[in-house]
Write a protein that binds this ligand. Sequence first.
Ligand SMILES: CC(C)(COP(=O)(O)OP(=O)(O)OC[C@H]1O[C@@H](n2cnc3c(N)ncnc32)[C@H](O)[C@@H]1OP(=O)(O)O)[C@@H](O)C(=O)NCCC(=O)NCCS
Length: 115
Amino acid sequence: MVGIDIENIERFKNLSQHLIARVYTINEINYCQSRSNSHIHFAGIWCAKEAVVKALNDLSLTVSEIEILHKPSGAPYINITPKLQQYFESKNIKNIHISISHTDTVATSIAMIEK
Ligand SMILES: CC(C)(COP(=O)(O)OP(=O)(O)OC[C@H]1O[C@@H](n2cnc3c(N)ncnc32)[C@H](O)[C@@H]1OP(=O)(O)O)[C@@H](O)C(=O)NCCC(=O)NCCS
């Protein structure tokens, strides 16, 4: 099971604080805001969340419950919170792998479920 998303980065310029707080976790916000052109990274993380939702084909997780973190290498991964771990166990999911890419104008992400 895989999911993919692609977004115009322009949409992520000037996001309202309200929307940012509703969609992104504190860790995600800190990551994006620590980078120049933070909107590019907000777009990439958004794509990753959407790709995960598509791969799961299930709307029972909210986008803010799908937290995208980064390893020291820069590689993105899903933070397996206790709630997500419980969800994974209920669906027999071992992990979800994601990859993000962007240009100056477009961001994309793919997610793949490991069972
Ligand atoms: C990591 C790397 C592959 C990113 O590629 P890029 O073309 O610069 O950038 P992309 O737009 O495709 O990807 C950027 C995203 O890759 C992800 N990423 C960063 N480092 C990563 C890593 N080590 N592994 C996997 N994904 C990584 C991040 O999600 C990043 O977006 P984000 O910071 O908004 O989350 C590249 O910078 C790199 O280090 N390559 C090393 C291999 C190399 O030297 N190849 C050249 C062969 S000639």
